[in-house]
Design a protein around this ligand. Sequence first.
Ligand SMILES: Nc1nc2c(c(=O)[nH]1)N[C@H]1C(S)=C(S)[C@@H](COP(=O)(O)OP(=O)(O)OC[C@H]3O[C@@H](n4cnc5c(=O)[nH]c(N)nc54)[C@H](O)[C@@H]3O)O[C@H]1N2
Ligand SMILES: Nc1nc2c(c(=O)[nH]1)N[C@H]1C(S)=C(S)[C@@H](COP(=O)(O)OP(=O)(O)OC[C@H]3O[C@@H](n4cnc5c(=O)[nH]c(N)nc54)[C@H](O)[C@@H]3O)O[C@H]1N2
Ligand SMILES: [Mo]
Length: 710
Amino acid sequence: MNKQPERQTFFGGCPHDCPDTCAMIYEVADGKLTQVTGNKEHPMTQGVLCVKLKDYHEHHYNPDRVLYPLKRTGPKGSKQYERISWDEAIKEIRDRWTDIIAKYGSQSIMPYAYLGNEGLVQGLTSGDAFFNRLGSTVNEKTYCGSGSSTAWLLTVGPTGGVDPESFVHARYIVIWACNTISTNLHHWPFVLEAQKRGAKLVVIDSYRSRTAKQADWHIMPKPGTDGALAMGVINAIIQQGLVDQEWVDAHTVGYPELKERAADFSPEYVEKITGVPAGDVAKFAQEFATIKPSVIRLGVALERHHGGGQAVRAACAIPALCGSWRDVGGGLLQMPLWEFPVNWGNVARPDFIKPKTRVVNNLRLGAALTGELDLDPPIMGLYVYNTNPVSQAPETNKIVKGLAREDLFFVTAEHFITDTAKYADIILPATMAGEHDDMMFSWGHFYLTLNEKAIEPRGEAKSNAEIFRLLAEGMGFEDEQFKKSDKELIEHYVQWDAPQMAGKDMEYFRKHGYFHLNVGTADDRLPHAQGNFPTPSGKVEFLLNGAKNFVAPPFRHMYEEMQSGEDVDPLPGYVPPRESADTNEELAKKYPLSILSPKSHGFLNSCYANEPHKIKGQGEQFVLINPKDAAARSIRHGDPVRVFNDRGDFQGLAEVTDDVRDGVIVSTLGYWRSLNRSDGSVNCISSDALCGLGNAPTFSDNLVQVARVN
Ligand SMILES: Nc1nc2c(c(=O)[nH]1)N[C@H]1C(S)=C(S)[C@@H](COP(=O)(O)OP(=O)(O)OC[C@H]3O[C@@H](n4cnc5c(=O)[nH]c(N)nc54)[C@H](O)[C@@H]3O)O[C@H]1N2
Ligand SMILES: Nc1nc2c(c(=O)[nH]1)N[C@H]1C(S)=C(S)[C@@H](COP(=O)(O)OP(=O)(O)OC[C@H]3O[C@@H](n4cnc5c(=O)[nH]c(N)nc54)[C@H](O)[C@@H]3O)O[C@H]1N2
Ligand SMILES: [Mo]
């Protein structure tokens, strides 16, 4: 008689860098992960996983996974490796680092991380404590959300804003620079429900994205001009006498000054800059102010140009002027992250950082490695985890040049030999989410989600936290921090006694898997009807007094006094893009087209972009181009084209469409350059210049030329 294998289930939390942080269920039989599904109980996940995750169990068994520590045997980039033991790997790293530290000092070692894993224990800052203890260079991690966060914190403070589930109560919903159907899928049912109840959906996006196609109204500003659009809307609200004066007088700072600054932004002037018809600017202002509750969902993409931070500040002023915060479902949603009771000090240990330690931003990796930043001491040791910069960071060709340096000792922990990992001297096998314990915060909703280890790691894979424990032991660090197991770290990182936790403990999570923070419910959360903003004044701060630019934790953990940067413009406003046909005529003679490189529907950043069935679903790298621009270059639908500027090039297939305006092209992100038709991907052309606030990237602020490949 066949004995049925015993099935077990475990709670999962999707590890990916995505606002949805889905609650999942791992099914295990005979020690194998047999199925991963969305948790049906969960109000946001609702039992549904996206196209990327729907066969997540199989992802764990991908035959290309790195399962053992590997040591390079061929030239850098050749992908030639031999298997070594963990003992050998740790010893090699210890010996090389010790040697580098003796010769160049500890700051010549640089960690380089991002949110490839989003857990408190295995994620963004899982190595900070170790590297701070080592005395390495501090890595400032601002790929995403840092510019909008700085703008948000300066204007409304660390509030979580509107609960995404409260959107069902809104009657006027604005999705601004966010492609919800691809990038925030589990918010979409709440938007649809609101529409069913009579809400109007407006999408502000520089091209007709999947989400824009579903909108009641699509507003299409030229890339990087949203600051002017927002200032125009502010002016139109004021000019039309639609300001909620009582609320503004009671709960904002600097209205007279904002009014004066906005007065320059007549609808006609705004049309000239943004390409949005003057009448639409006035109409949008009128509708937003009068159809209540009105709410704006700010997408991360709003920050990705020179003036991105200032644009976010201006957009944040709009609901305040209209008194939108008075209603459940009215106001702003950016990243609810700020209300999560995480003890970041325990996670990142900024107290370990020695005074005068330098900071290197992760968007400047190429410049740091190639000597352009003139670092003293130079970077001689690099440790990369949870990120794939050769696909995701700007100016990729410069990064590749840096990684190929013979004298650089480069270690990475990875699932796959990615376009970055292939340059490593040592590759350490990292666990996937079903193989380790973690607790997931979210930047898209208010649930804290447990991820339980469901199966033993494949091969000799180890979790990031365990790898740092081994490295700490190797380096002889005795601190308690490096003795705690992954489960103990969860206990250590969550502020269990915070009011948001409402007395919940690990036992609760082991029973239920997730918990909606005690910050009001979808039907009653009303954080700022009476002001109470967590800013110095307790109000929305249109006007700032002596503010300095900064990068907020968790993107960078430092001493207070090391945070302070350039002066910030006291008022929100429009800062033109560095690269656009209208603002940089000289460059536009050579490179006349603005390029957007948003997220691919079928990949999660560069994850899954090496899996043939996922590539099949997503399709080959495309280049959306307007019929007018295509005709001028004799490009027909389906033609292979080359996109280029002085920084580099990549190739894709032309899709001739009026989903993009003339002067703009769109190619999505994530493709591995080694698997593309030429050795290139979108970040070969993107600039590593930083946005004005929060040191964010400027991926939407780039000019290129396109030519047919013959
Ligand atoms: N399927 C999928 N989902 C993902 C990811 C993924 O790779 N794939 N990545 C995750 C991550 S890390 C993040 S940060 C989020 C990001 O999620 P989103 O914020 O949605 O980011 P993007 O897709 O980059 O850009 C959203 C939209 O902004 C538009 N846009 C770009 N520049 C401008 C501009 O200057 N003005 C205006 N008005 N619009 C502009 C783009 O055309 C795009 O349609 O998605 C997460 N979810
Ligand atoms: N042109 C352009 N570039 C962009 C953007 C854009 O819109 N346009 N968006 C930017 C944004 S918003 C973001 S967030 C960044 C994202 O950029 P990255 O953070 O680099 O994103 P991924 O490509 O997902 O890389 C994550 C890597 O971590 C590995 N990984 C996953 N889990 C673990 C783990 O538990 N342990 C270890 N050791 N490794 C793990 C994965 O295998 C993968 O290779 O890209 C940015 N780059
Ligand atoms: Mo991101």
